[in-house]
Design a protein around this ligand. Structure first.
Ligand code: ADP
Ligand code: MG
Length: 371
């Protein structure tokens, strides 16, 4: 693929090519279940007025990410940052143009036959829109049973029992009341519960939830978070939780990765990201949250410029155009490498200077602490 080298997210400065895999060598407890290595995904562009064919949209650019066994990892970023693309690549709904996606150490692009089948069973995904992800002509019982049928799972009686169990697990009780119903007879929250139940009947090891509550109101969303949290704890599931809401990610996740236009800007333990955000973009996301934002509305947008599209072939920081950069020449020319700023906490920003100790982005910090 024709990605220019300077446009790709660089390797971390510590010598490892993979940010969150760094601790792996020393601590086996961090064994990752999902690993993305230098993953790039470019959607082909449509013909435009000025060019026969545009360069396309780079949805992900050199993404390095590892999700540990048994953790809930939150991928956060505003719309268009590449979160759904990352999820689709991980479940192999799409293939990476460059780089590798691994599940338990295996390149998923190479999975065939029974190993692919097992992967399909073990890695499940819940989609954003519960109104469109369920077949309106199928009963709830048949929707939840479908994966069991596809995988020819055991006997009919065992399947019935499994379906009941899954519905009860997501709070659709008594399960018998729901089996014969159809999606249009359910609320949005109930539909999302059905989607979770359908994922859970396969006893997955990995559950990917792509903005599962963005179509739901806040109280219903909180119920869905509680269900996901309980399911994860009970089953020791590895979970990827995708959201544009940092507060939701903080509530649910062990670690958080912040994405912007296909790049990972910051990654770290959830508490660290909320309490000591280093990247100006993370800080801006936090300031947008009433619960976490500083009571300094006059400063809120002071360091954020109006978005202008940056040409993807420019090599600078993807956030440059919205930032008051620490070092304008540098920030506009080079992609900031990932640097370690705390335990398992990394940031891609020239504003961080290691000499400044733990001072996040001196001179351009929006909010650096939570009160
Ligand atoms: P997010 O889930 O964070 O909102 P997406 O992964 O959906 O982001 O999209 C990332 C970028 O890729 C966006 O600019 C989006 O317009 C583009 N994109 C996503 N899917 C497609 C597609 N099928 N064809 C073309 N462009 C796409
Ligand atoms: Mg999305």
């Amino acid at each position: 693929m024709g990605m220019s080298a300077e446009n790709r997210a660089p390797a971390i400065e510590t010598g490892s090519s993979d940010v969150s895999r760094a601790p792996l060598r020393t601590d086996p407890a961090y064994a990752p279940t999902i690993v993305l290595e230098n993953v790039t995904r470019v959607y082909p562009g449509a013909a435009s007025l000025f060019a026969r064919r545009s360069a396309g949209t780079t949805a992900l650019c050199g993404l390095n990410l590892a999700i540990d066994n048994g953790e809930i990892f939150g991928l956060v970023g505003e719309s268009g940052s590449g979160k759904t693309t990352a999820a689709r690549l991980i479940v192999r709904l799409e293939k990476a143009d460059e780089g590798t996606v691994r599940y338990k150490g295996q390149d998923i692009a190479a999975l065939r036959g029974s190993r692919l089948k097992r992967f399909r069973r073990e890695v499940q995904m819940i989609f954003q829109d519960p109104y469109h992800s369920l077949n309106p002509y199928q009963s709830i019982g048949s929707i939840v049973a479908e994966p069991l049928h596809i995988h020819r799972w055991r006997t009919r009686a065992a399947r019935q029992e499994k379906i009941q169990e899954a519905l009860a697990q997501v709070g659709l009780t008594p399960p018998n009341d729901f089996l014969a119903r159809y999606p249009h007879q359910l609320s949005g929250g109930q539909r999302q519960r059905v989607a979770i139940a359908r994922a859970m009947v396969m006893d997955p090891q990995v559950l990917i939830a792509d903005e599962p509550t963005s179509m739901l109101d806040a109280t219903i969303a909180a119920q869905i978070y509680a269900i996901l949290s309980e399911i994860q704890k009970r089953g020791g599931l590895t979970m990827l939780f995708i959201t544009h809401n940092l507060a939701a990610a903080h509530y649910l996740c062990d670690r958080i990765g912040v994405m912007y236009r296909g790049y990972l800007m910051e990654i770290g333990p959830a508490d660290e990201i909320i309490e000591r955000p280093f990247h100006p973009y993370t800080q801006a996301l936090l300031d947008a949250l009433p619960r976490f934002g500083h009571a300094r509305p006059e400063r809120q947008f002071a360091t954020l410029r109006k978005t202008r599209r940056m040409h993807p072939s420019l090599g600078g920081c993807p956030f440059f155009e919205r930032c008051v950069p620490a070092d304008p020449d540098h920030c506009s020319q080079d992609h900031p490498p990932m640097r370690i700023v705390g335990e398992r906490h990394y940031v891609s920003c020239f504003g961080y200077t290691s000499g400044a100790g733990s001072q996040p982005n001196k001179g351009m910090a929006l909010s650096t602490s939570v009160k």
